[in-house]
Design a protein around this ligand. Structure first.
Ligand code: HEM
Length: 538
């Protein structure tokens, strides 16, 4: 019998392993500083349930979190060292300017494996981040967005013309006559905007037959590594040692990812050379601001020079800006288009507002300042970002080291505890947003009281808040205003459906818009892609 022949050393090893697991479970559950925080048993003793939701089920944690809060209350232990909060009152305590909470190095560090570079999003010490962010801020300020508004306007016009051409005649290499591939086209729009805006070197994905789908898939796929690296950090180091050619052989989509990195690297080298030769660019780009930052005035009105950043940091921040600016905004534009078209009241109300405010349907005649004054358009955008936040999942921070810890809803947790909150959970807070999955712009235009509106604003955190808030918020909102105004002014609601009212292709359902999350929010791989038709063609 096998038991008779099994050497004693094997039994001892099994005994040691079982004892270690038992000891760890008991310690984490009953003698851990977070043992008083409620949460499911398995989640409190092991990181594997979280790994299972993210890696095996593909980004499902965001959907499980509201369920856990419904059972365990506003503070839930979601792994041995992490708690998740659902009370919006806690948000500003963690995410304010000057907050001493810092990003969780384990969570953000795991992104640096595939990216092979420390991007601004993943810088941990708040002081280091402040220096890097100060250089980028002016480029994405409200003032810069208004100066570069023509970039967005031009791309929005192109998008509308492509929709029109595709629906009227079709175009070679694209879906046949009468069908428009909105899923990839709106993402191509966002990539073209950010590359033109930041580098003055548009990637022209809107001109490609596949709308740059390969790159879009690459930035999605690269994130599927994150939960693996988070749970098994040694994999990240191993990955860093693997030559790019091997990665491409194993995962062909890496090719598009590396191609995009190469384009950015080449631009860094070119601009560095031009700066050293004193070449004056037709317009400054993000590279010029990072490599040769303009002087600024300090509080005493003295001219000061910002520190010059290394090429590696310039490259890293450019990679971050491109990746962060593509899927987030494109996917929100797509969701907005679907919701508007699917609801005749929303479609008709928006069309009427746009017709009355905009005499011409040519986007070249629009201005951001005028579009922002349209209350219904703004409410539609808010609902789209609420239901489709670019980063819907948990974004962990660490309770500052030193001091007595922090109390959340009656639970005191020690320094070093990982604390997270999620846009998805807050945007589905039923007190602020009754029937939260319903797309209803009147939540923002006709709130029952000023207090109700304040509660809604408090629960809206699509761009985060505080010093780590989204860098591209102004640009993202500009893109949303321009695309939606341009599309729905041109293809306005016609009442009887016989004109050029847009419709959703019958081979697409609301369930295809369900989000999964690996930092960025995505539609599941098997989901069908949003395509548009003229309603009269149905
Ligand atoms: C609807 C569109 C967008 C949403 C919902 C969104 C959301 C966010 C959120 C929540 C964060 C904070 C992440 C964290 O706490 O870890 C963030 C960071 C960031 N976003 Fe966005 N984003 C959007 C569009 C953009 C665009 C267009 C850009 C292009 C410039 C951009 C660039 C960035 C960058 C560089 C960061 C890192 C900032 C830092 O750590 O200092 N985002 N974004």
């Amino acid at each position: 019998m096998a038991t008779v022949n099994t050497p004693l050393s094997v039994w001892l090893a099994i005994f040691a392993a079982v004892s270690y697991v038992g000891y760890t479970v008991v310690r984490r559950r009953y003698f851990h500083p977070l043992s008083h925080v409620p949460g499911p048993f398995l989640w409190s003793v092991s990181g594997l349930p979280l790994f299972y939701q993210q890696a095996i089920l593909e980004g499902q944690l965001m959907h499980v979190l509201p369920e856990l809060h419904a059972i365990y209350g506003p503070v839930v232990r979601i792994s041995p060292d992490e708690i998740h909060l659902s009370d919006p009152e806690n948000y500003d305590r963690i995410h304010s300017v000057g907050s001493k909470f810092y990003k969780d190095p384990a969570f953000y560090g795991c992104m640096e494996g595939p990216l092979k570079t420390p991007i601004i999003l993943t810088v941990i010490p708040n002081e280091d981040h402040r220096v890097r962010r100060a250089v980028l801020n002016p480029f994405f300020s409200r003032r810069s967005t208004l100066e570069l508004e023509p970039v967005v306007r031009g791309k929005a016009r192109k998008l509308v013309e492509l929709i029109e051409a595709s629906l009227l005649s079709g175009k070679e290499g694209r879906p046949g006559p009468g069908v428009f591939d909105a899923h990839h086209a709106v993402r191509a729009f966002s990539v073209d905007v950010i590359t033109e805006y930041a580098y003055a070197n548009c990637w022209n994905q809107m001109d490609m037959d596949d709308w740059g789908a390969g790159y879009q898939e690459a930035i999605r796929s690269v994130q599927s590594f994150f939960p693996w690296f988070l749970t098994f950090p040694f994999l990240s180091s191993v990955f860093g040692l693997v030559p790019d050619s091997v990665n491409v052989a194993l995962f062909p989509w890496f090719k598009k990812w590396y191609d995009s990195l190469q384009v950015i690297r080449t631009a860094v080298t070119r601009v560095r050379k031009e700066i050293s030769m004193g070449v004056v660019p037709p317009r400054r780009t993000i590279f010029h601001d990072l490599m040769d930052p303009p002087p600024f005035e300090d509080e005493g009105d003295n001219k000061k020079q910002r520190p010059r950043l290394s090429d590696e940091i310039v490259f890293a921040d450019a990679v971050n800006v491109t990746g962060a600016g593509a899927e987030t905004t494109g996917s929100t534009v797509g969701r907005a288009i679907f919701e508007i078209i699917s609801n005749p009241v929303v479609y008709a109300t928006l069309s009427q507002e746009l017709r009355e405010a905009l005499p011409s349907s040519d986007p070249e005649t629009f201005s951001l300042v005028a579009l922002e004054k349209l209350p219904y358009l703004s409410a539609v955008i808010k609902e789209a970002i609420r239901l489709n936040p670019g980063l819907p999942g948990h974004l962990p921070r660490v309770v500052p080291v030193g001091g007595a810890g922090v109390t959340f809803n009656g639970y005191t947790v020690p320094p070093g505890t990982v604390v997270s909150m999620s846009a998805w959970t807050l945007h589905h807070n039923t007190e602020a947003f009754p029937d939260p999955e319903r797309f209803d712009p009147t939540r923002w235009t006709n709130a029952p009281s000023p207090d109700a509106l304040r509660a809604r604003e408090k629960s809206m955190i699509p761009f985060g808040r505080g010093s780590r808030t989204c860098l591209g918020q102004n640009l993202a909102l500009c893109e949303l205003h321009y695309t939606l105004a341009s599309i729905f002014r041109r293809f306005a609601f016609d009442g009887d459906g016989t004109g050029r009212r847009l419709g959703v292709h019958p081979d697409f359902a609301r369930s295809d818009l369900q989000l999964v999350e690996m930092l960025l929010g995505y539609h599941p791989r098997k989901a069908r892609k949003l395509r548009l038709i003229f309603e009269s063609a149905k």
